[in-house]
Design a protein around this ligand. Structure first.
Ligand code: ARG
Length: 281
């Protein structure tokens, strides 16, 4: 076995201790509907346990009261080659999460670069092999894409999101292999969530991509976490799971129904910490 064989990803997660749906910043959120924080914690704990059983390492950031969306750690930063690009949220409701995540990284000894523009982290900036696929249209701005390219030193491919239900790139597209920056990237996505030009770009770059159905996307099935072999995804995304298995991936279904009330799934709860050091690792 080589040192970096199966497993071995590092993720940052945030326990949904203060999870709530008490404001509306995306179409999934209904502040008048009931939610169950205990159930959200249970579903999140199972997701965390799944990663541990797959051999991954899970770091945790302490949740803060008054920040009900802080569980969505993917929005906390973008980490490529050990370099951290901080975030700046669009909505004031989430603004204080930026400094909270930033100080976690600083305390952990990372060099952190300021966001400068609205940028919601890995929700919109997804490493796929050598390149960063970058969503815009709802949250992360185009200016932030240029900033990401400069700070992270990877070519950034801008993708225009057009459906408000799929407001972050990670709700419309999943990086199946190469999310750690190694090897060729394979993706799954929902074409309808992108502008015609961006659909053409995705077809050109990923001719072998798995095309997801609206039904799969509507259960946030694309908001999945892949280590290149195993894909952890919403248990309700049955067609997508079958398509993944056909391509040789192992799938593990997780029920994220409670967190979905805030518009998030498995990937939203998971921030990948990609180490630097390349050949020395
Ligand atoms: N309620 C959160 C928001 O609208 C959900 C974030 C989901 N995160 C993600 N990476 N897609 O910002």
């Amino acid at each position: 076995m080589t040192m970096d064989s199966v497993g071995g990803r590092r993720y940052l997660m945030c326990r949904p201790t203060y999870f709530a749906v008490n404001y509306k910043i995306n179409p999934w959120m209904d502040p008048t509907a009931p939610y169950d924080t205990a159930l959200a914690i249970e579903q999140w704990t199972r997701l965390r346990q799944t990663f541990l059983e797959l051999g991954h390492t899970v770091e945790e950031i302490d949740p803060l009261p008054g920040l009900p969306d802080m569980v969505f750690a993917a929005n906390g930063a973008t980490v490529v080659d050990g370099t951290v690009l901080a975030v700046q949220f669009r909505d004031p409701e989430r603004a204080d999460e930026g400094p909270a995540y930033r100080s976690w990284f600083e305390r952990a000894g990372y060099a952190v670069h300021e966001a400068k523009f609205v940028n919601e982290g890995e929700g919109d900036l997804m490493l796929a092999g050598d390149v960063i696929l970058a969503g815009t249209g709802f949250r992360t701005t185009h200016a932030a894409h240029a900033r990401a390219q400069e700070v992270l030193g990877r070519p950034v491919i801008t993708l225009q999101l057009v459906d408000p239900r799929f407001y972050h790139l990670d709700t419309a597209l999943c990086v199946l292999s190469g999310s750690d920056g190694t090897g060729p990237a394979q993706i799954a996505y929902l074409p309808e969530a992108f502008s015609p030009g961006s659909q053409a770009v995705l077809r050109l770059l990923f001719p072998d991509a798995i095309i997801a159905s609206v039904a799969d996307a509507e259960v946030l099935g694309l908001n999945a976490v892949s280590d290149g072999k195993t894909v952890v995804l919403a248990s309700q995304a049955v067609e997508l799971a079958a398509a993944l298995q056909e391509r040789g991936y192992r799938t593990i279904g997780v029920n994220m129904s409670e967190l979905r009330k805030a518009g998030g799934g498995a990937k939203c709860c998971t921030l990948e910490l990609r180490p630097g050091g390349g050949a020395t690792s």
